[in-house]
Design a protein. Sequence first.
Length: 384
Amino acid sequence: MSRGKPAPEQLDLSNALMEALPGYKAADGTDARNYGGTVGLPEARALFGELLGVPAAQVVVDSSASLSLMHDVIVYSLLSGVPGHAPWIAQQPITFLCPVPGYDRHFAICEARGIKMINIPMTEQGPDMDLVERLVAADASIKGMWCVPKYSNPGGVVFSDEVVRRLAAMRTAAPDFRLLWDDAYRFHHLGEEKRACASILDACAAAGNPDRAIVFASSSKISWAGSGVAALAASPANIAWWTGHSGIRSIGPDKINQLRHVRLLKDSATVEALMERHRLLLKPKFDAVLAQFERLLGKVDGVSWTRPDGGYFIDLVTPNGMAKRTVALAKEAGITLTPAGAAYPYGRDPDDSHIRIAPSFPSLDEITKAAEGIALALLTAIAE
C-alpha cells in the first residue's frame, strides 16, 4: 500500500493496447517507427487537447510519465531560464511553494535540484491563498508552486474556482514565477458526481499572465501505468520554449506508443467510459477502508481521515506524534505504507500526524484486512 499503483484488474482493462496497432502510419502520413515528431503525433496532441480543453497547438505529447516532463521543466528553467528571463540557477536562492500534505515526488525533484521548499497548508478549497499571495508578493526568490488541483494527493481536495482565479491573478515579486499544474487525476472519479476544476490556462490568460501555468497530464492511471503517454499543455510561448530545449534532449518520442493509445482511447467519451470501469473496481476498496476506519476509529479523539470523491489516496490524520509509530507497528503486522512524513517536503511532517493510505493495488479482501490492521496499529500507538 506504499504507492498508488493500479491493480492488475485495472491494467487488464487496457489490454487491447496489444492489438491497437494494425498499422504504423499516423494521420498525417508520419511513419511512427522513425525519428522525428518532437511535439508528438498530431492525433495524440488533438486527443490530449480535447481531454484538457486546450487547442492541440498548445499541447506537447512526450515521454511515458508526466513526472519526467515536470523534472525537465525544472531543469530547463534552472539552466536556461523561462522565456525572456535569466536562468534560475543564476538567481539563487530558488524557492518553491508546496501545498501540504502533498506529492512526495514533487518534493523530491526540488530537493534533488537544490530548490528550497516552503509548506503551504491545504484547506477544503485548495491551498491557503492568503498565505500564498503574501509570500509571492514579498519574495522574488519564489519562482514556482506545485499544484495538484483535482483530487489532490493525498487529501483529495478539488481547487475551488476562486482559488484558481487568485492563483492566476496574484501579484508576484518574481516576474518568472510558474505554476506547475499536475492534473494527474482529472478523470479519476470515485463517486458518481464528476467534480470539475476551472481551467488554469484560461484563468491565467484572462488575468494577463498567459505564461504563468504549465499543465501536466498522462494516461498512466488510465491505460498502463508503466507504459503510458504523457502530455504538457501551456501558452504558445511556453510551448516554443519547451520544444527548443526538448529538441536537444531527444530526436523524438515513442510515437508507436502514442499511436496505439490514440487508437485505444479515441476521445473524451471513450476515456470517460473506461474510467467508469476503473471507478467500479476502485470504489469498493475505498469504501472498505472507510468502513474499517469508521468502525474502529470513529469515536477516537484526534483521529480523522478524508473521504475523497476521486483520486487514489486517503489521508489518515492521527493525534500529533503518532504517525511514525503507527506506520512502524503496521509494518510489524505485514502492512507496507508510505513512510510517515512523505507528504511533506524533506520528509518532515512537523506534527507527525499524516499517513497516506493507497487502497488501489491490493485485493478487496486484502485491503479490508489491511485497513483493520492500520486502525489497530494506531489504537496501539495511542495506548502506548
